[in-house]
Design a binder for this molecule. Structure first.
Ligand code: GDG
Length: 738
């Protein structure tokens, strides 16, 4: 079992993989360095897929020889299943869509099923060893449904998710046929992180557009849980790169490049040959530069390292063909026996070679059409010698552009602008190059990949501490709560305050259609024989009288403005001047009713409510925010509270507050009694806050709450109250026995 003190990381592949000779190799890339860096001396576990069962059997043992405190968990997936989950869904749908290449996305339901199955398998494997309280950090778009499956299997763990690629515009995301499942998966996390604020912004808009979830940039409430969001730009181990790029081996290679004698100003490109990286735009930009600025011919060349990737996929074959052709065209147009404008290497290079290229290059040109972050830009900066630094030209569509603003930032779609940036870099004097690069290095020295990982984990782990105070979810059956409530429920007479709409009756589309079921009526009657029962509502006195007449219940109308004891007379609790604001608010609300079809104003004695339940949702919800704002500002000095509820905007006399009523009840009638409050609405939160730890507060349904307990849905209320009666009866009998 993996104990609480250990962390679990999950990524598509493990940080070590085995080659055909059975040798173990450490994976390259920012993620591996970041996570290895953060866990230098701490035990940790890493889960990833492996398609070769015999390798999977050997990897954990071999990896431990290299890193004794790492437990590798290879999860075996057959080649066929892996292909469908990874190539068929992750790379053929999510990758293009999230990089704004929606025309390349091929949705296929079978592959989606395999994606979900692979995510489920991963969840099951983690669940076998994860103990409650453990931290699980999931990486990237391969695992967007994993959080939901894992949460179901092991509810009490901390789950973090980081997306390494952009989150697309909400309008594009809407095209994904399985958008709701993807978002639900992410909302099962405690913390979701992005590289850049614009990605988070689009994610939040998508939550609203696809799931109807209203959220801030910091958190969302969904299914009774809070998911926090954050922006954590990944970085590199800058000091390590600085150090290595000054090593003997690297400097020797730099000398070799210098003496090779092509053009003196070498621009470097390092990209996977992926359609998102904009290689064709880079080449067109160079071509435009050589045409527009003839003095660059013979002086400027491009060394493009294109790392082969997904070579059998048609979109990748197409981009390769286009790049091959463009390289040929440019070399044909401008080349000579002593000058090759484009050196094109369709292969990867060793780390030493890479650093030497960074060190030697006069410029690095990044023209990604979309890029989560782009580590190449950062590595180039840290490898520069400040005595003679190069110039970074960076696409504004790479996440790194938001950090590296001293680069020459270009719109890669503007080929002319790329040409101008190349010319500007070529002409830039030493002083400007130095000041730009010095500033860029300073920025990156404040970040590092291990700081990034530590920052995310720190937030994930502290977020969960806040979550410890989240309400306990109750099942109606008394065996699930009797032990816990026993002490409180046996402290004198029980007083139960129950909200009406959404609590004892389900919410109806038209409030006037609400009917109290006979069964519920009987239940309330029986309950009132054992306890003091109060129905506390925003409804009018007339409505409550009509619905609950003749029953032995206390009634509280208009959120506490009026109340009556069973069979007593109504008593007003209002002491302020309602007329000072009422006509003015009514006029404004009427104005909104005219603007928004099917909305209307409900008039009570101390409350005015603008309802828009039946109106066109988006338009009405926008107008409701405007009305709320107008009233908040206009009524700031009046004794009235303005609030937004479920499809309503409400203006209430300050005394109309369920919390005030609960405080009064506790003071006047509280000693020797236990108060239980149940409610579903925002107005019930005042009641829960007022009650604090002094009684039993129960929120009905989803959403953030100050209540200590939660019933998951309205239909749980009646069964819960039945069990409560049984419990009280049994307690009373036991007392008699004594
Ligand atoms: C994804 C997101 C995000 C490349 N060629 C060679 C080589 N590399 C190394 C680079 C760099 C890494 O690979 C590439 O990282 P990028 O960030 O540029 O791009 P992706 O691989 O697409 O990564 C990206 C990243 O995740 C992290 O969150 O920034 O936006 O797409 O470190 O140095 N290394 C060696 N030889 C090569 O030929 N040795």
């Amino acid at each position: 079992m993996i104990s609480k003190s250990k962390r679990i990381f999950v990524s598509n592949r493990l940080p070590f993989n085995m080659n055909s000779k059975g040798e173990l190799k450490r994976g390259s890339g920012g993620l591996v360095s970041a996570l290895m860096g953060v866990c230098q001396n701490e035990p940790f576990a890493w889960f990833g897929f492996e398609t070769d069962a015999s390798h999977a059997a050997k990897i954990p043992e071999e990896a431990r020889k290299i890193l004794p405190h790492l437990d590798c968990y290879p999860v075996v997936l057959s080649k066929d299943k892996y292909d469908k989950y990874y190539n068929g869904f992750a790379n053929d749908i999510i990758w293009p869509l999230f990089h704004y290449e929606s025309h390349l996305a091929n949705f296929n339901r079978k592959n989606w099923e395999q994606y979900k199955d692979a995510n489920k398998l991963m969840a099951q494997e983690i669940a076998k060893v994860a103990t409650p309280g453990v931290t699980v950090w999931i990486h990237d778009f391969h695992f967007m449904t994993l959080p939901e499956y894992l949460r179901e299997l092991v509810p009490d763990i901390k789950i973090g998710f980081f997306l390494h690629i952009p989150f697309p515009s909400a309008e594009l995301f809407r095209q994904l046929p399985v958008r709701e499942e993807i978002l639900r998966g992410l909302l099962s996390c405690d913390l979701v992180g992005f590289h850049e604020h614009s990605y988070l912004r689009q994610f939040v808009v998508s939550l609203k557009a696809c799931l109807g979830v209203d959220s801030s940039f910091f958190r969302a409430e969904y299914n009774g849980r809070t998911t926090h969001f954050g922006v954590y730009p990944i970085s590199i181990e800058g000091e390590e790169i600085k150090e290595k790029s000054r090593s003997e081996a690297v400097l020797q290679k730099v000398e070799n490049y210098k003496s090779s004698g092509n053009a003196p100003f070498m621009i470097l490109g390092i990209d996977r040959l992926d359609y998102t990286k904009g290689l064709e735009l880079k080449l067109k930009g160079l071509q435009a530069a050589l045409r527009k600025y003839p003095d660059l011919v013979g002086q400027v060349s491009l060394m493009q390292i294109a790392i082969p990737t997904r070579e059998k996929v048609p979109a990748y074959m197409k981009i390769k063909k286009e790049v091959d052709q463009l390289v040929g065209n440019i070399n044909g147009e401008f080349g000579s026996p002593s000058y090759t404008p484009v050196h094109y290497v369709f292969n990867s290079v060793s780390e030493t070679e890479l650093l030497a290229l960074y060190r030697h290059a006069s410029s690095v040109l990044v023209t990604s059409k979309r890029d989560g972050m782009n580590l190449v830009a950062m590595e180039y900066v840290m490898a520069q010698d400040l005595q003679d630094p190069g110039v970074l030209i960076l696409s504004e569509f790479a996440g790194a552009a938001s950090l590296l603003s001293d680069a020459l930032i270009v719109n890669p779609w503007d080929v002319d602008a790329i040409a101008d940036a190349i010319h500007q870099a070529y002409c830039m004097d030493m002083e400007e190059r130095n000041s730009r690069m010095e500033h860029l290095q300073e920025i990156l020295s404040r970040y590092s990949s291990s700081k990034w990982a530590r920052g995310f984990l720190k937030e994930l782990e502290s977020v969960h501490q806040v979550m410890r105070f989240s309400p306990k979810v109750l099942k109606p059956s008394r065996s699930t709560w009797s032990d816990e409530f026993n002490k409180q429920l046996s402290q004198g007479r029980l007083k139960i305050l129950i909200d009406y709409d959404g609590t004892i009756v389900p919410i109806a589309k038209r409030p006037e259609q609400v009917v109290l079921m006979e069964e519920t009526r009987d239940l309330l009657t029986r309950l009132s024989q054992q306890a003091d029962v109060y129905v506390i509502s925003g409804r009018t006195r007339e409505f409550l009288d009509a619905q609950l007449k003749g029953m032995n219940l206390g009634l509280i109308a208009e959120h506490g403005a009026f109340y009556r004891e069973p069979n007593g007379d109504w008593v007003s609790r209002i002491s302020t001047d309602v007329q000072s604001w009422y006509p003015h608010v009514e006029r404004i609300m009427n104005d909104y009713s005219e603007r928004v079809p099917l909305s209307f104003v409900e008039k009570k004695k101390a409350c005015l409510v603008w309802h828009f339940r039946l109106s066109p949702t988006d338009f009405a919800s926008f107008q409701s925010k405007k009305l709320d704002d107008e009233l908040q500002v206009g009524m700031a000095n009046e004794p009235v509270t303005i609030s937004m509820g479920n499809k309503i905007v409400e203006a209430k006399a300050v005394e109309c507050n369920k919390g005030n009523f609960v405080r009064w009840l506790m003071k006047e009638k509280g000693p020797n009694s236990t108060i239980v409050c149940l409610g579903d609405d925002r107005t019930d939160e005042d009641m829960f806050v007022a009650l604090g730890k002094s009684g039993i507060s129960i929120k009905v349904g989803d959403g953030a709450t100050a209540a200590r307990n939660r019933l998951k849905q309205q239909t749980d209320v009646v069964p819960f109250l039945k069990e409560l009666i049984q419990f009280v009866n049994e307690n009373a009998e036991n007392d008699l026995d004594v």
